[in-house]
Design a protein around this ligand. Structure first.
Ligand SMILES: Cc1cc2nc3c(=O)[nH]c(=O)nc-3n(C[C@H](O)[C@H](O)[C@H](O)COP(=O)(O)OP(=O)(O)OC[C@H]3O[C@@H](n4cnc5c(N)ncnc54)[C@H](O)[C@@H]3O)c2cc1C
Ligand code: SF4
Length: 337
């Protein structure tokens, strides 16, 4: 059965798995891994709006297409790492169909999980077939019972940009979550995110861009197109007047069952001239992500070079520019005297 809600209230009462672009869900339904009713969002207007928030940040509707996110002038102007990540993921066809919300909430791409005959931990079973089987391209860091890398490139970039998300709970209440709160800590192998049935991801909220912040994204891949990353890195760097790093953020994806906020690596850059040796040293710190998974350990060796490349791209790019926020007229409703 397919329900086509045309309001947020109708979503809360509709029963079934939400379908946005369908590029993840439909593949699971075709293989028989996902069954049951579908709640298709095609009749819900206003999902694809992008607007400047009163604080001077950006509110991006969960239905914005990945391709539009990559090309939106305000995203390009304010959040270069996010624009580059959105423009670099998957294929042009997927980016033209897949949505921001669907990307954040997609299920893992582990070949055992997506095969109808393997009821692994993620499907409520009692074993992880990848650990005993083929996991050479799974997570290199063993951070949870499930060792499938978290699939969302946009989660990596949004964590780097310090974004939050607004969720409309089935009770009708709106809740603001950080990216780690949305994804959870990975300790429950059944969950790729923390939303419950009936919850709806309304929007992603980005803080005001900081003028001069530079952002970059790099993915290590086996072939030029249509490939999942072996390792991906989003980086944000701010330079002081002396040309040294005054602030940095480095987030590594495809390495663990959640994006890794490489805090020690970012802290190591502060105060340094951002030359190759400083960037590689930061990358080496990011590669110390804890115990490794045997056959995927080799992926950790891709991290230093990927950090170097993401940071070099950030440094070569134009700095972000803050948005002009329209002043509120003194007699406007809600204006403070
Ligand atoms: C060859 C290939 C390469 C790929 N490479 C990458 C890559 O490098 N990086 C990457 O990130 N992805 C990659 N993908 C995956 C692709 O980006 C996702 O399939 C896509 O982003 C999902 O978006 P969608 O709108 O189609 O989601 P859907 O399939 O519609 O939904 C996905 C999930 O999100 C839930 N959902 C969707 N919207 C909402 C909402 N608003 N509220 C609550 N729940 C919601 C659905 O119920 C479903 O469970 C690749 C896919 C392929 C086939
Ligand atoms: S890695 Fe995760 S999804 Fe894959 S078999 Fe193990 S528990 Fe299942």
């Amino acid at each position: 059965m397919i329900t086509l809600p045309d309001s947020l209230g109708a979503i809360a009462t509709a029963v079934g798995e939400i379908r946005a672009g369908g590029t993840d869900l439909q593949e699971r339904r075709n293989s028989g891994v996902s069954r049951g009713p579908v709640v298709d969002l095609q009749d819900l207007d206003g999902r694809d709006l992008v607007s400047i928030s009163p604080e001077g940040g950006l509110t991006v509707g969960s239905g914005v297409l990945i391709q539009d996110l990559a090309e939106h002038p305000l995203v390009v102007q304010g959040y270069p790492a996010l624009a580059a990540a959105a423009g670099g993921l998957a294929t042009p066809q997927i980016r033209a169909r897949g949505t921001l919300g669907g990307n954040l909430l997609q299920r893992v791409r582990c070949w055992y999980f997506r095969h109808p005959d393997f009821a692994c931990l993620k499907r409520g079973g009692d074993s992880c077939f990848a650990r005993a089987g083929d996991h050479a391209e799974h997570a290199c860091f063993d951070t949870g019972p499930c060792i499938a890398p978290h699939p969302s490139t946009l989660a990596v970039a949004l964590l780097c940009e310090d974004a939050t998300v607004t969720v409309r709970r089935s009770s009708g209440r709106d809740e603001v979550l950080t990216v780690p709160e949305l994804l959870g800590d990975g300790s429950d192998p059944r969950k790729d995110h923390m939303l419950l049935p009936g919850d709806y991801l309304l929007s992603v909220d980005l803080p005001p861009p900081v003028t001069g912040d530079r952002g970059g994204y790099f993915r290590a891949i086996r072939r030029a197109h249509a490939e999942w990353p072996l390792i991906e890195v989003a980086a944000r760097i701010r330079l002081g007047p002396d040309g040294r790093v005054s602030a940095a953020r480095i987030v590594v994806g495809a390495a663990a069952n959640r994006p890794i906020d490489a805090l020690a690596a970012a802290a190591a850059l502060v105060g340094k001239a951002p030359d190759d040796s400083a960037l590689l040293a930061a990358g080496a710190l990011a590669a110390k992500g804890g115990p490794t998974v045997e056959d995927a350990e080799w992926k950790a060796r891709l991290i230093p070079g990927s950090v170097l490349e993401a940071c070099a791209r950030a440094l070569a790019a134009d700095g972000a520019r803050a948005f002009r926020v329209a002043p509120v007229a003194p007699d406007a409703p809600g204006a403070t005297p």
